[in-house]
Design a binder for this molecule. Structure first.
Ligand code: SAH
Length: 278
């Protein structure tokens, strides 16, 4: 699967091209126009790469088909769709599972953990992009991910962030993600082996925080490390105690007073957020 003739050229996607400081275009014009251009370029890439290659997973065509399905199913943010079309998900899972890598399904990554469905990864990142700082800047800014797993989501986040810090508590998975991400040479991803419930104070504050594992409560450290205008997205037990939902917390500042506004979204099912390291 690693014999792709030409890897996607824009990995990582330069931030400027995601609308961070793209000339005189208005933010809304950037948000609409730039991704369309990326999609046209991705389609051109796909056309160039249609030559037969193994079982075809290394073709941009398969990723674009996945993205088309996600769009039809309601994922609307073209920046997120473009990032999902760019990252080679099959390189983050075992060879035996690679054939399923572009289906909208979660997959085992060893040690009792799973890589989330692309639609869920996309949904969480789309929610992050609607945060205060992200809306202003046109990208996620400095991002903290709790639960690196195989590193797939970190790679997607990196295409939309200035910097990504990702924490994993299981050493073998931390090491695996290191290997996976080394190939992409994304200098702005930092992988930390540690307990993500504590966040990562040396790199705080973060404009965006996303958890890939679900807990009973919000660790106070996450809120302490969320920048003013920042947004946190995490799976968590619903306030009414009935199952796990996606929780969004916005750190708002109004005339010098800070508040954290929590909203609950759809039901989800994530692996548990645990304490300590192993
Ligand atoms: N984003 C990952 C999904 C991994 S599944 C990917 O793309 O592959 C969730 C991960 O969270 C697991 O690897 C699990 O070990 C990790 N996790 C659970 N509790 C944690 C904690 N307190 N700190 C860091 N990682 C944690």
């Amino acid at each position: 699967m690693s014999d792709e003739p030409s890897r996607p050229r824009r990995f990582p996607l330069p931030l400027a091209r995601l609308g961070g400081n793209a000339g005189a275009a208005t933010p809304s014009a950037r948000a609409v126009l730039m991704p369309q251009r990326h999609l046209r370029e991705a389609a051109a890439d796909a056309a160039r790469q249609l030559a037969p290659s193994g079982i075809g997973l290394d073709s941009a065509h398969v990723r674009l088909r996945m993205v088309q399905r996600l769009r039809q199913e309601g994922l609307r943010d073209e920046r997120v769709l473009q990032a999902l079309a760019t990252v080679l998900r099959h390189e983050f899972v075992d060879t035996a599972l690679a054939i399923q890598a572009y289906e909208d399904t979660s997959l085992p990554i060893g040690h009792g953990q799973t890589i989330s469905k692309p639609s869920v990864v996309g949904r969480m990142i789309a929610l992050l992009l609607e945060g205060g700082v992200a809306t202003q800047q046109g990208h996620l800014g400095k991002t903290l991910e709790i639960g690196t797993g195989c590193g797939y989501q970190a790679a997607v986040l990196a295409l939309l962030s200035k910097q990504v810090v990702s924490i994993e508590r299981l050493k073998p998975l931390h090491d695996k993600a290191k290997t996976h991400l080394a190939a992409s040479q994304q200098a702005h991803i930092r992988l930390i082996y540690g307990d993500g419930r504590l966040g990562h104070p040396p790199a705080a504050p973060f404009d965006s925080i996303v958890a890939a594992a679900g807990g009973e409560d919000l660790p106070p450290q996450w809120l302490e490390q969320l920048a003013p205008g920042g947004r946190l997205v995490a799976p968590m037990v619903a306030a009414n105690g009935r199952g796990q939902v996606l929780v969004v917390v916005d750190h708002q500042v109004d005339r010098g007073s800070h508040r954290f506004v929590r909203t609950e979204h759809e039901a989800v099912l994530f692996v548990p957020l645990k304490s300590g390291v192993m």
